[in-house]
Write a protein that binds this ligand. Sequence first.
Ligand SMILES: NC(=O)c1ccc[n+]([C@@H]2O[C@H](COP(=O)([O-])OP(=O)(O)OC[C@H]3O[C@@H](n4cnc5c(N)ncnc54)[C@H](OP(=O)(O)O)[C@@H]3O)[C@@H](O)[C@H]2O)c1
Length: 296
Amino acid sequence: MRAVQVTRFGGPEVLRCVEMERPAPISTEVLVRVVAAGVNPVDCKTRRGEGVARWVGPPPFIAGWDVCGMVEAVGYGVTRFSVGDMVYGMPRFPRAAGAYAEYVAAPSRQFARLPDGISPTEAAALPLAALTAWQCLVDTAQIRGGQTVLVHGAGGGVGHLAVQIAKAHGTRVVATSRHDRDALQSHDVDVALDLVGGLDTRELIATVRHGGLLLAVADGADDGVKAEAKRCGVRVEEPLVEPDGHALEEIAKLVRSGTLKVTVQETLPLEQAAAAHERLERGGVRGKLVLEVAHD
Ligand SMILES: NC(=O)c1ccc[n+]([C@@H]2O[C@H](COP(=O)([O-])OP(=O)(O)OC[C@H]3O[C@@H](n4cnc5c(N)ncnc54)[C@H](OP(=O)(O)O)[C@@H]3O)[C@@H](O)[C@H]2O)c1
């Protein structure tokens, strides 16, 4: 099969399209014939030797986590899917998943069925970003009607989905983009979702009410942020997204009802993964970039 390998840590030029052995599913795994693979900032960070590189291990490895495709084979013990089902997921994270490839083998319960009314390309844009938003807002923050949620970096992959998930739960949403940071002057928000990081993480503490929650998604929280948050009575969490087939089913329900729409700004062929990384690292992408996988 064809796959895009990180050949060594470095810039987008280290991504190479290579021929390699197709993976074989072991018990409890499905083999997915990939139709599309989503591109996320963590793909770029890990390619540079940052991100989750410490858990992926040294190159060469196949890049990527987000995947949508058709079940080609099932291992012993798989009861939820059959050959021919269309599925989407973000398997194995933060270990390598090898999503930038023609085939991926991974645990079946880390996938969900493709929602109706959405293309494989759109579905491939969802898992990592939507699971991050879901796990932060629904699982950790347990948002509910009447609360106010601040989404910092709302135009990007996680942000545009977080805004919709927060609204679907009846919260009031205030949001920033690179060109409109007025919401950073907010006070007394219940939950702040930091998708930008850097010095902004500390700035966000002042927006959160006493007893509220700051989710430091982008860069985590350093000791200075933690000390300042403690002084202000603000809880800080440093989430790391996890594979979660059950949450993907909940996300699929929102997609099916028309409540959650993913924006794919651009699609590129798998072979142009390096161009996709360059594009994402340059900034200014609205929503997501997706690689499409052609099969001979
Ligand atoms: N901890 C986890 O489990 C986890 C999971 C998912 C993502 N992440 C991290 O969270 C961050 C966001 O992920 P993503 O997929 O949403 O990335 P993304 O698609 O690149 O979105 C980031 C958004 O933030 C905006 N932004 C950048 N600088 C800003 C500033 N100074 N003020 C306001 N907005 C600004 C960007 O605008 P421009 O495009 O115009 O720069 C972009 O719209 C990344 O660092 C990613 O690695 C962490």
